[in-house]
Design a protein around this ligand. Structure first.
Ligand code: COA
Ligand code: AMP
Length: 632
């Protein structure tokens, strides 16, 4: 392959040739004759004249090739008291085929949606693969979301079935999922035909006759289903992610391009060989879980790891190192927040020294900005390359990375390194003009986006266009701001919208504002993301109460915190709120959230020329100081 520069130029000179070559790694039912389909531009599609099956490529073909006895999934669950197990590729094929058969026997067919609401258990992957096997489109919802969020996704995806577990386990508490599913179904307009429930011993779910089916009873009784050929451009899954409003965006991923791209990344970025163990310490509910707990490693014939635990406290900050030694893990991928948590509890790295990490080749970080302190700590303590890479739910894999499988480029702290083939990254000013090296701007990617990235938003082509393709015609707008340096290294500095990143979880402050505004005493509100040493950012709410409201502020704050937890979920980590008289606004009425963030974080800020009443900022500053912020 040549070095990075050669590979990137080869792609740029002949993208079609590049992706057709990469497509050879897939076992197609009908091979593609071309890669890009621009017949519906600016909605681009890939490998549309091919036929394939993702489950076949992730499971069956490895069994055929002699990997049947190799572990496909390692399950390690400190959360459930130390349960450990392995599922071989042959077993995974059997389990998947049977669950697929069960779904098919209940009427789920190609193109139907299936919603999956599962904790970190291997069955979550079995459920995803079973859908892929019969051409059904899965939509996994993160277990930390509340029934309201679940119901929004049920109405948006209109699933024929819901697959769930009876419970999830968080440190110190079991969370029964079934009542959450029941509540979500009861408030959603769309009703699924049936549910499949995996009973876990920590909480037995009560099943409603004729609607809820026990996972094992259904699976054991079913005839195994074969892989159904689907079009390369047919959807594999929908994954909802936070947008600017409370209505989540349904990112649509297609079968063909997704396989081609992920297979390319497993070698070029993660430097993995089939047969080795790859661990993404994330959750199946996030894109990292889709791409690198489920599909990427399995497509590549690697063993993947399903870890139901935390980086610290389950039982100690040595948890990740124990895993690496015990399973001979070659590459670990997680969010910087996990390392910040470990570093906080074990700054000297004493736990690192207790384990044999000689098999580990590299650490990968993504999901939020990787602060240089954390990277340096990991470099020093673990002694392997620490690779920051930048991507989004929308893209499904790295836009910028250090491609260790091609060439290890010099690391520049604060930069996720360079654009990957397929991504022509530009930094644009607000008029869409390219800015020079070192200058800040909006980060945009020249269309078409490469294979494996979002095809559109589910049932919302217009929203896809208006959200991503309109600001800079001919480009995809990433929503991130940053710069490139003289060497072409990319730096990601901030979001240009109201998305915040809390412990590597993407959340919409707009969505939280919608919830707060529904409180009967709240007249107006604003939510901002303030800097947090552990989680990167935390949401903080400002509440203006209705005239005449004489209830104690603390009561309203408490109710608002509870409301966000009930409506969005614990994962929103919304615990900070304060009552203020007024919000700072421009003369045209726009709330000055950016200035409030700077005041809260104690960074430098300028009085906006357009501000309506500068005195309000003093009140905001006082309120923030009361919460321990605005100390700069
Ligand atoms: N189901 C139900 N609740 C969940 C949940 C799930 N799957 N995941 C998290 N929660 C809850 C937590 O228990 C917590 O509840 P609490 O307010 O009662 O304490 C809340 O949601 C916030 O969770 P989180 O922000 O994750 O904080 P934490 O204190 O539990 O853990 C870290 C902090 C840093 C250890 C943790 O965020 C972590 O391991 N992050 C790794 C990064 C990661 O997985 N990123 C995903 C993208 S790569
Ligand atoms: P998600 O869709 O949840 O993966 O979140 C995507 C967003 O997280 C990006 O648009 C960035 O704002 C942020 N992000 C992801 N990776 C990085 C990174 N390596 N450096 C900085 N920000 C990142």
């Amino acid at each position: 392959m040549g070095g990075y520069a050669d590979v990137y130029s080869a792609w740029k000179a002949d993208p079609e040739g590049f992706w057709m070559e990469a497509a050879k790694a897939v076992d197609w039912v009908k091979p593609p004759t071309r890669a890009l389909d621009d017949s519906n531009a600016p909605l681009y599609a890939w490998f549309t004249d091919a036929e394939c099956n993702t489950c076949w490529n992730a499971v069956d073909r490895h069994v055929e090739a002699g990997r049947g006895d190799q572990a496909a999934i390692i399950y390690d669950s400190p959360a459930s008291g130390g349960v450990k197990s392995k599922i071989t590729f042959a077993e995974l094929k059997d389990k998947t085929a049977r669950l697929a058969g069960a779904l098919a026997s209940k009427g789920v067919a190609k193109g139907d949606r299936v919603l999956i609401y599962m904790p970190m258990v291997p069955e979550a992957l079995v459920a995803m693969l079973a859908c892929a096997r019969i051409g059904a489109v899965h939509s996994v919802v993160f277990g930390g979301f509340a029934p309201h969020e679940l119901s929004v996704r049920i109405d948006a995806a209109e699933p024929k079935a819901i697959i769930a577990a009876s419970c999830g386990i968080e440190p110190g508490r079991v969370i029964p999922y079934k009542p959450l599913v029941d509540e979500a179904i009861s408030v959603s307009k769309h009703k699924p035909d049936f549910t499949v429930i995996l009973q876990r011993e920590q909480a037995q779910a009560s099943l409603q006759d004729g609607r809820d089916y026990d996972w094992h009873a259904l699976q054991d009784a079913a005839e195994p289903a074969d892989c159904v050929p689907v079009g390369g451009g047919d959807p594999l899954y929908i994954l909802y992610t936070s947008g600017t409003t409370g209505a989540p965006k349904g990112v649509v991923r297609s079968n063909g391009g997704h396989m081609v791209a992920l297979l390319w990344t497993m070698r070029a970025i993660y430097n993995m060989n089939p047969g080795e163990v790859f661990w993404a310490a994330s959750d199946v509910g996030w894109v990292v879980g889709h791409s690198y707990i489920c599909y990427g490693p399995l497509l590549h014939g690697c063993t993947t790891v399903v870890y139901e635990g935390k980086p610290v406290g389950t039982p100690d900050p040595g948890a990740f190192w124990r895993m690496i030694e015990e399973y001979d893990i070659k590459a670990l991928f997680t969010a910087p927040t996990a390392f910040r948590a470990i570093k906080r509890e074990d700054p000297a790295g004493e736990y690192v020294g207790k384990y044999d990490l000689s098999g580990l080749r590299a650490l990968y970080l993504a999901g939020e900005r990787a602060d240089p302190d954390t990277i340096e700590w990991a470099q020093k303590k673990v002694g392997v390359p620490v690779i920051d890479h930048w991507w989004q739910t929308e893209t499904g894999y790295a836009i910028a990375a250090n491609p260790l499988g091609i060439e290890e480029l010099p690391v520049k702290l604060g930069s996720p390194t360079v654009p990957m083939p397929g991504y022509d990254v530009h930094i644009l000013d607000e008029n869409g003009h390219e800015v020079g090296p070192g200058e800040l701007g909006a980060i945009a990617i020249k269309l078409p986006l490469p294979p494996g990235t979002l095809a559109t938003l589910w049932n919302a082509d217009d929203r896809y266009k208006s959200s991503y393709l309109t600001t800079f015609p001919g480009y995809y707008e990433t929503g991130d701001a940053g710069m490139k340096d003289e060497d072409g290294y990319v730096y990601i500095m901030a979001r240009t919208d109201d998305v915040i990143n809390v412990a590597g979880h993407r959340l919409s402050t707009g969505g939280m504002e919608e919830v707060l505004a529904s409180h009967p005493d709240v007249a107006e509100c604003a939510v901002i993301g303030v800097a947090d040493q552990l989680k990167g950012q935390l949401p903080l709410g400002f509440l203006c109460l209705n005239a005449g409201c004489d209830r104690p502020n603390e009561d309203v704050v408490k109710e608002c915190v509870k409301l966000v937890r009930e409506q969005i979920g614990a994962v929103a980590a919304f615990k900070l709120a304060v009552v203020v008289d007024r919000l700072p606004k421009t003369r045209s009425g726009k709330i000055l959230r950016g200035v409030m963030v700077k005041i809260a974080d104690g960074s430098e800020w300028k009085m906006p020329a357009t501000i309506d009443d500068p005195a309000i900022l003093d009140e905001i500053s006082d309120a923030l100081q009361g919460l321990g912020y605005a100390k700069g």
